[in-house]
Structure formats: structure tokens, C-alpha cells
Design a protein around this ligand. Sequence first.
Ligand SMILES: [Fe+2]
Ligand SMILES: [Fe+2]
Length: 365
Amino acid sequence: MKHLNVPVNRRSFVKSGLTAATVGAGLLYPSASVLAHGDSEERSGRLDKGDSAILRFLAAAEILETDLWQQYNELGGIPDSEVPGGSGNPTYTAALAVLDADMAQYIHDNTEDELTHEVFINAYLESKGADTVNLDQFRTLPSSKATGAQQIGRLTNLMQLTVDTSWWTRYRSGDKNPDFGDAFDQAVPSLSKGQHPAIPRDDDDLTPNDHIQAIANTAGFHFGTIEQGGTSLYPQLAQRVTNSEVLRIVLSIGPTEAMHFQTWSDKAGNARALTDPKDPSLVFPDLNSSPFGGEEFQTNLIMPEPTIFLSRKLPTCSIVRPTATKGAAMGALKFLTDMGLFIGQSPAFFELMRDLAEDADDARR
Ligand SMILES: [Fe+2]
Ligand SMILES: [Fe+2]
């Protein structure tokens, strides 16, 4: 257990409500000797140690997801009592609406969903007397300066993204699967290189029209990229859950990520083909025309194409991909880090996230 070597004070933010001052670090953190006995239950709770580690990693992932969706909602969604904060940016909202007239509603609803995932998982952990996750001390990254955004510290950076759009062809392939080591073409090759804003950084980003449209298009693909990640993460981790109630939680939240992904997969196909006038290296191709088009790119092919699963000897099957469980939490952390979502975060942030991911990946049934 790697976390046993971690000084108490570094892990002290994996908590909510309780503080060392009120409860005492010695009580909150079981000593190495206690855990080294191989207790299958947390010292202070009734959850299996692996299950609580999986739930803590998922809580952290959901906190990060909520933070990024919150930024989208402030500028391009519907700030309201369900998802408060920000006042909307009409120009960005209109550019998003090119992908679908209901984009603002979908952004709002996705944001609310992530918020409830985060709050529920932490509350469940707390109800079982297990450690919870609080990342508040890392809310240090700058907000967009564009009209409509709150000026508060953020956990995530949506202004320097490198967006992996290979899920587009991965879910359209009928003979490849990432769990077999296969690689997939990008739908928008230039988004997968360099750094691109997915929200206006300031009001200068609102013009000219094709520039703010390029930013909205980037968001449109980023939505799919994020949610396909969650669609894989839950089934990946579910395979190592022990308790049936924890399994029920993971199996009940996971498919809502797939519902998000399905929606965004459809909307991204409506991104208008263009070249960003302020960054000519960023090109959104017409995915229905040569050299794109066909089974791999055609925009109305939004259902998962049946593909190989488990063994090439078995028939193809329509499935989520990838779902291999080994190293899934660390893989998810790398995926989020590689997209630039944490550019500007402190070494302590990465250390904590690695720690949570390693503990989740150590979980066994
Ligand atoms: Fe979620
Ligand atoms: Fe999600």
C-alpha cells in the first residue's frame, strides 16, 4: 500500500468536514501497523478498503468533471438555481447553438449530473464512515476573463486543451478495439495537437465569427472526449468492486456517462467545417467528404459499431470500449493530464491524484 508511506499532512485534504484540528490526525489516519494487518474494512467504517479507494477516485474524477462543466455552464449553458454561477455569454452560446439549438440545456444538465455524482459519492463514503475527497485547496487556476464567467479559482484549465478525438473512429470501427492494443484515427487531427481554448479566454476571443465558432467546435468535441472517458471508467472499475451496494452505485452512475457521451457524439457531428482565422493550424474538416466520410467518419453513425470483444474467436458485439480494468484509474488520470486539463496545477495536486489513482488500482475483488 503506497499511501502508507505518505506523510499524514499531505493526505489531510482527502477529507471533508473533519479536520486534524478538531479530530486529530492520528484518529483520521490509521497507522501503518493497523492497515498492515490486512484489514478488509476501513478502520472507521464498514466499506471494503478497495471499494472505498475506488469510490474516492471516482469522487475526485467527478469533482474535476464538475469543475470543467461548471466553466462551460457559466458561459455557454444556463446558470440557474440548479447550477448557479456566471451569467452566460451570448456570443459563445450562439456559436454552440450551431451544433444544436438545445446545447445550452444539455450543458446545464450535464453539469448538474456531475455535481450530483460528486456530492452523492462523497456523501455515501461519509455515511459509511470512510474518508471523503475535498480538492478545494487546489482551486487556484484562473477563470476566463470573458463576459459571463465568475472570477473564482478553478481546478481545471479549458483554455489550453489538446483534444483526443479518436473516440470518433474508435466507436465506428467494426474490427478494432483499444483493449486489443489497436490505435484509431483522429476525427479532427489538428485538435489532437497543440493547445486550443474550448471557452473564450476573454472578450477578444468573441470575434471574428469563425474564431468563436472554432472555440465552440473545440468544446463540442471536448464534451464527447470527456464523457467517453467516464463511459469507460465506470465499467473498468466496477470489475474490481467487492460489495454489491458499491457495485450498484458504480453500475447506476456509469451508464449516465454513456448517455452524456451519446448526446455529445451526435452534436459534435454538427460542428461547422472551418479554419480558425486566429489560428490557421486549427482546421475542422467536413467529416462527410473525402478524405473523410464513410463508415469511419460519417456524422450520422452515432451508435457504437459492433466490434471484437474479449476474443477474436467470439462474434463481434456492440460494446463500450475500452473496458479492460488493469490500471484504469491511472489511465484515466493520464488521459485527463495529457489533454492539458491540469496545466498550471501544483505538484501537490498531481501527487494527490496519483495517490488516489494508485489506491483505486490496487483494489481487488
Ligand atoms: Fe459523472
Ligand atoms: Fe460525465
